[in-house]
Design a protein around this ligand. Structure first.
Ligand SMILES: Nc1ncnc2c1ncn2[C@@H]1O[C@H](COP(=O)(O)OP(=O)(O)OP(=O)(O)O)[C@@H](O)[C@H]1O
Ligand SMILES: O=C(O)[C@H](O)COP(=O)(O)O
Length: 398
């Protein structure tokens, strides 16, 4: 993507108080961070500002608290971040008011401070002007490095961009660059692989994609709805039969836009949704009435691989089967490995996103081989739906 917004290259941060919006909404269990990927992603922006003598003031939300709730404090996350970046990270018990002001005043050039969960104040999500002003008092500039929260028009993700000089952080820059190469100005032909449980959560996404990509592979539970709409008996499979007309409409739109829809031609079927449940691959004309489709079959996998081979760019969201349950992860895992191999051979630009998708790529051991793996969930989906993201739009205002 061309640079339509300012970045850290456009500002001298030395001595400045930099309000840096990051996404510290990481998975935690028993007070410990179980996946530090998001912390690793924001580390380069934090250390760059610190190394250049800026005072780094981290703003972030955690969870969806209703008011102040110690269980959703950012303190343990700030401690985990300190370990990742191998530098001290001070902590303030509030993101506005005296506690925040005192902690900011104590900062020396290059120091790093994390402010408490912005969502402890309901005004954050309301993008309340008074709250934005309180936050803005703490900084000289605002840097947004939280693409994964950019679909929220909240005070710290959007409001501050109207109040202070606004810049994109390095992670935001990398994300926009990778996503731009995937859908906005891609090397063609472009293929999308869309899987996951349900069509209902991805209708807007499918409708946007058929106008942007040359081929669309539909897998996972959502493919069952499309198969049902075409008259295939899908037994007891997860299928949103009331969305048959929607599925047909999407197929018509794809046809009109010259986008090839690639649906499964066979399926791996079991009698129960359980790991290692006895299973068998069937053609679509022979799905047992008491069976459940839990993965794409071997012929479908071969077609998906051929479609990947024909593509120069791949964008992927959603697993092709019930990947949490072996052996029903096979379609997802081997297709991910195939895409990774093509990427390593420099024949494919591959971009993937979505919580379960990233987990599936990690399971396949190939997340590191994709050109870009987004840690964004909702923001990635809204981007795929073609919706403007408020936290990105505000950066473009100049
Ligand atoms: N054939 C199937 N039958 C039932 N469930 C399936 C099937 N195929 C995939 N799924 C389920 O779909 C779920 C993942 O879909 P989802 O749309 O949530 O993916 P995602 O967009 O990558 O993740 P997230 O919503 O976390 O960002 C998994 O739990 C998987 O088990
Ligand atoms: O985890 C995420 O996807 C982001 O941090 C946004 O969180 P939210 O869905 O609670 O706004």
């Amino acid at each position: 993507m061309t640079k339509s917004f300012r970045t850290l290259d456009d500002v001298n941060v030395k001595g400045k108080r930099v309000l840096l919006r990051v996404d510290l909404n990481v998975p935690m269990e028993g007070g410990r961070v179980t996946d530090a990927t998001r912390l690793e992603r924001v580390a380069p922006t934090i250390t760059e500002i610190s190394d250049k003598g800026g005072k780094v003031i981290l703003l972030a939300h955690f969870g969806r608290p209703k008011g102040r709730d110690p269980k959703e404090s950012l303190k343990p996350v700030a401690d985990a971040l300190s370990k990742v970046i191998k530098r001290p990270v001070a902590f303030a018990e509030d993101c506005i008011g005296d506690a925040a002001a005192a902690a900011v005043a104590a900062l020396k050039d290059g120091d790093i401070l994390c402010l408490e969960n912005t969502r402890f104040h309901k005004e954050e999500e309301k993008n309340d002007a008074g709250f934005v002003a309180e936050l803005a008092k703490l900084g000289d500039i605002w840097v947004n490095d939280a693409f994964s929260a950019a679909h929220r028009a909240h005070a710290s993700t959007e409001g501050l961009g109207h109040k202070l000089p606004a810049y994109a952080g390095r992670t935001m820059q990398a994300e926009l660059d990778a996503l731009g190469k995937a859908l906005e100005a891609p090397t063609k032909p472009v293929i999308a692989i869309i899987g996951g449980a349900k069509v209902s959560t991805k209708i807007d996404l499918l409708e946007n994609l058929v106008n942007k990509v040359d081929a669309l592979v539909i897998g996972g539970g959502m493919a069952n709805t499309f198969l049902h709409a075409q008259g295939v008996a899908v037994g007891k499979s997860l299928a949103e039969k009331d969305l048959a007309a929607t599925a047909l409409r999407i197929m018509e739109k794809a046809n009109a836009a010259n986008c090839a829809i690639i649906l499964p031609v066979d399926a791996v079927v079991a009698n129960q949704f359980a790991a290692n449940a006895p299973s068998h691959a069937y053609g679509l004309d022979a799905i047992p009435a008491d069976g459940m489709i839990l993965d794409v079959g071997p012929q479908s996998i071969a077609r998906i691989h051929a479609a990947i081979d024909d593509a120069a760019t791949l964008v992927w969201n959603g697993p092709l089967g019930a990947f949490e349950l072996t052996p029903f992860d096979r379609g997802t895992v081997v297709s991910a490995k195939h895409a990774a191999e093509r990427t390593r051979a420099k024949k494919l630009i591959s971009v993937a996103g979505g919580g379960d998708t990233v987990a599936a790529l990690n399971q396949a051991g190939v997340a590191g081989d994709f050109s870009y793996v987004s840690t964004a969930g909702g923001a990635f989906l809204e981007w795929m739906e073609g919706k403007p993201l408020p936290g990105v739009e505000v950066l473009k205002k100049g």
